[in-house]
Structure formats: C-alpha cells, structure tokens
Design a protein around this ligand. Structure first.
Ligand code: GTP
Ligand code: IMP
Ligand code: MG
Length: 350
C-alpha cells in the first residue's frame, strides 16, 4: 500500500505549466502569443520545443520586430530563464548570432543532448531534389540532421566546446520549477498540418509537432502539463508544397489584402480560408484546453489593434462564435495585430 507523504501530484499542484502549439500549418503567430502570455503570467522558465531553426517566430514590440529561430520567443520577457529542449536541433551558428543580437547570454540554456546541425546537413537539404523541391523544405538542414540522429551518428550539443557555457539538464530545471508551482511556458514551433505523424505526409517536417511531442522535447511528462493553448490563424497559411484544402487563389487573397512572407525562407506563404474540420481534429490530438485566434484584424480591418472584447465588430464576433463551435474549446486569446499589446485576453473568465 502506498501512502502519500507530501508528494506533489497533478491533483494538488496549482496550474503552472502551459504548452503553446500551432493548430494549422505553422506560422499561426505562436511567437506573439507566447510573448503575450509571458508578460501576463510572468514565468520563471520559457522552454522551446519543436524541430529546430527551420521555424521562425516573429515578435513585434513597439516599432521593433524580432525573428527568432533558436532562442525562445518569450525572450522579450526579461525575467525568465530560457531553455532549449533535448528534442530540438541546434545550429550553433544561428544560436550564437541570436544570443549576441538579443543579448540573452547568461539566461539561455541548451540541453546537453540536443542534436547538432552541421554544414553538411544544410548542404544535403539544399542539394536534395526530394527535400528542397518536392517537399519544399526550408533548407536549414533539419531533415538530414534528424535523419542522422535516428541513425545514431549525429553529434550532440555536449560534443561541442563552443556550447559548453550553455549546457544544462533542461528536464531537471523545468520539472523542478513545475514541482515548485512556478509558472512555466513550453513553446512549440511549426504546426499540426506539418507533423510527421499527423500531417499531410510526405509534405511534412521531420518530427511530430503536437503538444505531446513539444512536452517530450523538453522532458516534461503528460502529468506535468496543466494547459494546452492551440493557436489558429483566422486565415491559415502554408509554406512549401503539399495539400491545402481551403487554399484561395492569389487574386482572392489580394482582394482581402492578405500577403505574408516566411520568417526563415522569405517565401510567399499560401493563404487559405478557415478550416473548421482541421481545427477540431487538431484540437483533439493536441489535447487543447484553450484556443488563441490570431489575425482577427484580417477578418475585419476595423478590429485592428482592439484590446477590449466589447469593441470587436459583429463580423468578428460571428467569426469567433463559428470558430469556437468548430473547435469545441473556449477561445481565450484574440490577437488583433502583430504588436505585442494588440490582444484581448479572456483567460481569467474561464
Ligand atoms: P513558426 O514557429 O515558424 O510556426 O511561427 P509562428 O507561429 O511564431 O508565426 P510567425 O511569427 O512565423 O508568423 C506569424 C506572422 O503573423 C508574423 O508576421 C506576426 O507578426 C503576425 N501576426 C501575429 N499575430 C497577428 C495578428 O493578430 N494580426 C496580424 N495582422 N498579424 C499577426
Ligand atoms: P523542413 O522542416 O525544413 O524539412 O521543411 C518541411 C516542410 O515543413 C516544408 O513544407 C516547410 O515549408 C515546412 N516548415 C518547416 N518549418 C516550418 C515552420 O516553422 N513554419 C511553417 N512551415 C514550416
Ligand atoms: Mg514562423
């Protein structure tokens, strides 16, 4: 017989650990949502999961716009330690540049078991007709580096002297914070539709992208997660090849005034209409507890920059009600523009 003596369990902990993931094909605005939640909830740790530097999160604070590929996008909240989980591929050159430019040295840490992207991986990604042309990969070496890891020939962060100063055991750091009821954010990259398991294979990235995978990347077990925020953009986008059932023509997106370019590759993003069926399926596999919708200003320009729910227009409210019906989970965050403060946060009401 087991007797519980002061063991923190999921039942007596307060809600502290939130995973944030993308519900469509990536680029939903996770960077913006993570940055907002970080400022609102004041986490002690923000850890990044996902594939690696193929992802680019954009964070706009005032006039300044940052595009981050290795550093967690929550870096804009200055009081959190920043961690990169063991499941994430690290390109040491990209990391060094970002650490330098963003001035985060001293508060960014890398798990010693992260796989390393070398020049040969980038060259192989770009030279492969299958990857670069058929799949439309980002050319950042992620696919070949993950292949090497699966073959157990890849190098790890602990093999590189230049990464020594960053190395820690990320799961110990993160799980200790969770057990101490500190606020922890786990940020995902990419999106559900390009998951290696659940996306439109073979037009996918080199790993699963669901909330469970993001938690595993960082070393947090299922019982450690309290909340899963799935981010959907009102008009989904896709970069690279692959099916996109709600894709609209260039003329249609032009008429709506929507045009987007990739943060990493600068390729033009394909634009689609809201896909309720995909949103519901994605919410199910992600174990979604709350929904963030970005780009409401693209549904109705009059909503640009609105920060008060009461000021949303009937057109926007109709869209949000229909989306909530589709997903069957509460919409608690509504983003009304790219800038950090352009958001309506309803989380306290749930
Ligand atoms: P990945 O991790 O690569 O999937 O990216 P992400 O989900 O962090 O998104 P990314 O920053 O690549 O793309 C989202 C784009 O939309 C960025 O340019 C943001 O600045 C912008 N954005 C975010 N929220 C909103 C919003 O509510 N309205 C508008 N107009 N733009 C937004
Ligand atoms: P890879 O991950 O570079 O191998 O690219 C495989 C596919 O995933 C391509 O269609 C890429 O455009 C897409 N992809 C990878 N990372 C991202 C991302 O962060 N946002 C959007 N699409 C991505
Ligand atoms: Mg992106």
């Amino acid at each position: 017989m087991f007797i519980r003596v002061n063991h923190p369990t999921v039942y007596d902990r307060i809600m502290t650990c939130t995973v944030i993931v993308g519900g469509f094909f990536g680029d939903e605005g996770k960077g913006k949502i993570v940055a907002h939640i970080a400022h609102a909830d004041e986490p002690t740790i923000i850890a990044r999961g996902g594939v690696g530097p193929n992802a680019g999160h954009t964070v706009q604070v005032g006039e300044k716009e940052y595009g981050v590929r290795m550093v967690p996008s929550g870096f804009v909240y200055p009081d959190a330690r920043l961690c990169i989980g063991a499941g994430v591929l690290v390109d040491p050159r990209v990391l060094a540049r970002e650490v330098d430019v963003l001035g985060v040295k001293g508060r960014i840490f890398v798990d010693r078991r992260c796989g390393i992207i070398e020049e040969k991986h980038i060259a192989a990604d770009k030279a492969s007709v299958h990857l670069s042309q058929k799949i439309g990969s980002t050319g950042t070496g992620c696919g070949p580096a993950n292949a090497d890891r699966v073959m157990r020939v890849g190098r790890l962060a602990q093999d590189l002297p230049e990464l020594k100063e960053y190395l820690i055991d990320v799961p110990v750091e993160v799980n200790t914070a969770i057990d101490n009821d500190e606020v922890v954010l786990l940020e995902g990259t990419q999106g559900f539709g390009i998951s290696l398991y659940y996306g439109s294979y073979p037009y996918v990235t080199s790993k699963d992208t669901s909330a469970s995978q993001i938690a595993a990347d960082i070393g947090v077990g299922p019982t450690g997660i309290d909340d899963v925020v799935v981010v959907f953009k009102a008009y989904p986008t896709r970069v690279g090849e692959g099916p996109f059932s709600t894709e609209m023509s260039h003329e249609q997106s032009g008429e709506l005034g929507i045009q987007e370019f990739g943060t990493v590759t600068h390729r033009e993003r394909r634009i689609g209409c809201w896909d309720g069926k995909m949103a519901r399926y994605s919410a199910m596999i992600n174990g979604c507890t709350q929904v963030a919708i970005t780009g409401i200003d693209k549904v109705d320009k009059a909503c640009f920059g609105v920060t008060d729910y009461e000021k949303l227009t009937p057109k926007a409210l109709d869209f949000l009600r229909a989306a909530e019906d589709d997903i069957n989970r509460p919409i608690t965050l509504i983003s009304t523009g790219p800038e950090l403060s352009q958001i309506i946060d309803l989380r306290d009401e749930f």
